[in-house]
Design a protein around this ligand. Sequence first.
Ligand SMILES: [Zn+2]
Length: 539
Amino acid sequence: MKSKADFLFKNGKIYTVDEKMTVVSAIVIQGNKIIAVGDESELEQYIDAETKVIDLQGKAVVPGLIDSHYHFTGVGKREYELNLDGTISLKDFLNKVKAEVESKSQGEWITGRGWIEEDWPSKKFPTRYDLDKVAPNNPVILRRADGHAAVVNSLALKLASIDETTPNPQGGKIIRDKKGTAVGLILDKAMQLVRKHAPSDDTPEMISQYALKANEVALKYGLTKINDMGVDFQETDVYKNLYKHNKLKIRIAAFIYGPGDNAQTLLENGAERGLFDNKLSIAGIKISQDGALGSRGAALVEPYSDADTKGLLMHNDDQIYPVIKQAAENGIQIAIHAIGDAANKNILDLYEKAANEVGNISDKRFRIEHSQIVQLDDILRFKHLGVIPSMQPSHAIGDLHFAVRRLGMDRMAEGYAWRKFLDQGNFIPSGSDAPVEEGNPMIEFYAAVARKDTTGFSGAGWFPEYRMTREEALKSLTIWGAQASFSEEFIGSLEPGKYADLVVLEQDLMTAPESELFKIKVLMTMIAGEMVYKNDKFE
Ligand SMILES: [Zn+2]
């Protein structure tokens, strides 16, 4: 059938990521959909005077990239608060705080994120006493890059009335010295005790600003869809409003934070799918069940090798099992953060219980976010239960620097075990957990295939044999990502009938030298037939 095309891209190396991983040289787009792929000589019939013909000059094209674990407004917010990514020492960190203090008036709150003490020579957590030296008169709260710990100064503790008598909140911890005095480090739910005293940044106006910024950042990296992990209806209402005015371009699968009122509302009212021409779905619930390895909040079966703690589970079974069961009955997808082996075991137990009570759950595509440390016999249960391990390659190449210390060499075989999941038949959707990591899918691709940090370093216990192949890494950022949020029918590969979501790359990620992969730039991003980002080098 002959129909007029809006675009013909020709002379490219187009990785379709179809069933056979076909590579073609040309693709035809009409309106928001792909109408044909193949050799350009076969596709001439679609061209007429109106068709824009683009010569790709041999450049690589991949399906629109999908980040399956992302914090959308968090990425936008990163641009507005004190950014401590990449600080190289405690001194560097304190200098940045000092500069921020100087730009504020006395008493004004200072909020920020991004530090990792493991990157500093001291490898020690900062304390209130460090911060007090540079910020005596401004309350300060600065989250660690993983978002599971924060350092606060004495004034912030005072405003939050935290002293020797303050109990740890459920799912949180106030780190104290031997006398019981808080040292300024607070974990997980304890962060709220302080954060709630800082000015609220969750007004619709601020959320809208953050979302627009994140949209811009994501499109530049070639992302055409993200899974937004843990939002409320205030945020999804803002998104709807932005979509209505055609200001948000990226596709979002929103996972509502639970357990709690928002999650209950979703369970009762049901999912919303296919909104704004399949740009937005609100069809999942995100729950966090432990912390992170770096701050020793991840829940382990046996104690940490470098501290007398097993981390902590955030919820009791009776707080989250009813949500899981109801979701299984009502067609709502569940995605639960579990990093430590105890948290993974706990969630697999609950999923298994739901499978026993509700019937097979494999068609529900329940997920475990991170699946970082999983005992080997529990890895098998992912396959048996049909649970999706949603993983972040960049976390592995960051965490592996200290994971051996936290876990001991014996447990390392259970860490970030991509190969084991893939070989038993699970598919892995990849994500960045941005703003925890940069949110650049080329870093994820590199981390997945190299399993080395970006300086090329890999050490004892890094298990290079757990790497993904380039083909697997590409799938994990495209078709597997689509499957992870029930959208493989309309995105995830370049095939006739699917939306024209695609990315033109400066270098071919399937053949470029390994050390170049994370530097590959995006030349153009297209979503539903619309060019939503163009680098100056394109066209
Ligand atoms: Zn996350």
